[in-house]
Design a protein around this ligand. Structure first.
Ligand SMILES: [Zn+2]
Length: 293
């Protein structure tokens, strides 16, 4: 698919709403409900600040997996989920990758963001909620902004950017709105400020473990990505000893399949241990795997 523009993003998001989600063009989406409805296995885990999420799709396109940074603010999490849905449903060549702040340079990431904005904050819905005088003045009041943020579960930043991109507000107005302390303004007006805080750590939607394994079995993801995933979801760093062996087993097979040399596997383990993880050091030349993969 070619790079999206505002118009095509709007159409695509409208199609997802009507054909897959069976909701109207303007109604607010509950993203957890959407994930359940679409049967996307989702895990919320704390990731570093720069990362928002990750998604994976099996080659038969039957199984979808998503990882969401629980350290992001909840409003931002909703946006991440919508962004990943673009990769899962419309990205022609989805590559397992962490979605981060590279959006301004990467055309696919930019398309995913345009889609996410249109899906979460539909233009018609926004216009309905903005008084005529504010439309004419190309600026919205904090009250209007807060009402829309809470209606659509959107982060302050993504909503202001959306309004600017739709040219509903001027760039100057957008800058002014971005500069305010939205949590404080929300609290002053009696809004629940949960939308602006992190959360959902450890939450799992769907049957996760077997899905990640299936992705690996089908070689959709590399051993490196699989190990990364295992670590992220806690399988690679838990208290259970067999989990470590499983991780090592994957390294062993990565080596056997010629994807990593014995030296690379050993170096990998050393690096992991150096970073504070508890993987045992293994002599790969003499290692017998614990699990067949
Ligand atoms: Zn992305």
């Amino acid at each position: 698919m070619k790079k999206l523009n505002l118009e095509t993003a709007e159409i695509l998001a409208g199609k997802m709403r009507s054909e897959l989600l069976r909701v109207s063009a303007t109604e607010p989406l509950n993203m957890k409900t959407v994930l359940r409805q679409l049967n996307v296995m989702t895990l919320y885990r704390p990731l570093s600040d720069k990362l928002f999420g990750l998604s994976l799709l099996t080659p038969d396109k039957k199984h979808r997996f998503m990882l969401v940074n629980s350290n992001s603010r909840r409003g931002r999490q909703h946006f991440t989920i919508a962004h990943e849905l673009y990769h899962l449903y419309y990205d022609e060549n989805p590559q397992p990758h962490f979605c981060d702040n590279s959006i301004y340079t990467d055309a696919v990431e930019r398309s995913a963001n345009l889609f996410a904005s249109a899906l979460l904050m539909p233009k018609e819905g926004l216009l309905k909620n903005i008084p005529s005088n504010e439309i004419v003045g190309k600026s919205v009041s904090i009250d209007t902004l807060l009402r829309m943020e809470h209606l659509y579960g959107a982060s302050h930043h993504t909503l202001v950017v959306r309004l600017k991109e739709l040219r509903i507000i001027s760039p100057v107005s957008a800058d002014e709105l971005l500069a305010i302390s939205i949590t404080q303004e929300a609290a002053l007006r009696g809004y629940d400020v949960e939308l602006y805080s992190k959360g959902n750590e450890g939450l799992v939607i769907g049957d996760f473990g077997s899905k990640a394994r299936k992705l690996f079995d089908e070689e959709r993801i590399s051993e490196g990505h699989y190990l990364e995933l295992l670590n992220l979801i806690g399988y690679g760093e838990g208290q259970n000893h067999t989990t470590y062996l499983t991780t090592i087993d994957f390294l062993y097979y990565a080596m056997k399949r010629g994807k990593m040399s014995a030296e690379e596997c050993e170096q990998f383990v050393k690096d992991v241990v150096a970073k504070g993880s508890k993987l045992p050091t293994v002599d790969f030349e003499h290692y017998l795997p614990n699990n067949q993969v």
